[in-house]
Design a protein around this ligand. Sequence first.
Ligand SMILES: [Zn+2]
Length: 353
Amino acid sequence: MKALVKEAAGPGISYIDVPEPQIENPDDVHLQVAYCGVDLDDVKVYLWNDQAAKDELLRLPAILGHNAAGVVTAVGSAVTGLKPGDRVAIEPIINCQHCDQCQSGRPNLCIHKEIFGKRRGGFAEYAVVPQRCLHLLPNKLSLQEGALLSSFGTAVHAVEVAGPAPGDWAVVIGATPVGMMSALTLKACGAKVVISDVVDGRLEIARQLDGVMVINARKDEPRRFLADLTQGRRADVVVQTMATQVAFEEALGVVCDGGSIVSIAPHSRPVELDIYPQLSQREIRLLGASGRTADTWHRMFDLIESGRVDLGPFVTGIFPMEQYDTAFELMRTGAALNVLVRPGDIATQTNKA
Ligand SMILES: [Zn+2]
């Protein structure tokens, strides 16, 4: 089968023939990949930056691609509840089920996890993963939207970690796709939401989100903007999708004393933090969020099926896999919101009920 493979350390990626994966374990599921989204993590590995070079979960040669959806083609002997023809999305954190983290309901932090897209992956015609990493798509979702679910789950889990109460003020820093999905999720939780960015194109897209205030962090003085909105109190919750020094200072500026900052930035540089005045004295909770749990997937499907979140507008480009260069370039430059790669032709790819 054809696949996009990172063969060795260094820039680039190869579009080559590799052996088709086979069912090896009783709980394995074989699927035909319909779409796989290109995310910034893939771009990092493609370009081979420092973070990619230091990524201990990346095992070369690796088929890249985390954000995949497809159609089941065969199931192992112990698989129940899935059958050939079912449309599924992949949870890219392949957990072990047995470690303390898995046993305590945090499979996203599994000690022995494999990340789908760092060894086996979704930029391939076929994939095999354990059943526990597959989620049946609701009829309402297309396979294209299914390929956005792991990103959406990152946003939903960030909001779970932030834990806003109805009526809270929330700020999302970065009108990235995950940032906008976070804004919609916060709004669905009853929070009053402001999203900030500095890039005109992203601000323009964010302005189309219903019921979300949009500010330009360069022009609108975010700290004062929030203070004016909240009688000086500022935001209870901040979801940060950018991790630059400027974005970090913006987060500390807009969050209220006693508030929470949750970071889901996909890449970062070291930032300076003066712990006593900026954190301790103000009782700021600085939190990270990573991946998704089973509860997150339930919430995601609830948000979609209830119509509170529509992922359709987040698909802004689809390319056949052989045009991967264009797809990666659009994501690298930020010229497209979410680009999907189509590894092959799949008969049911437009079966959105
Ligand atoms: Zn585990």
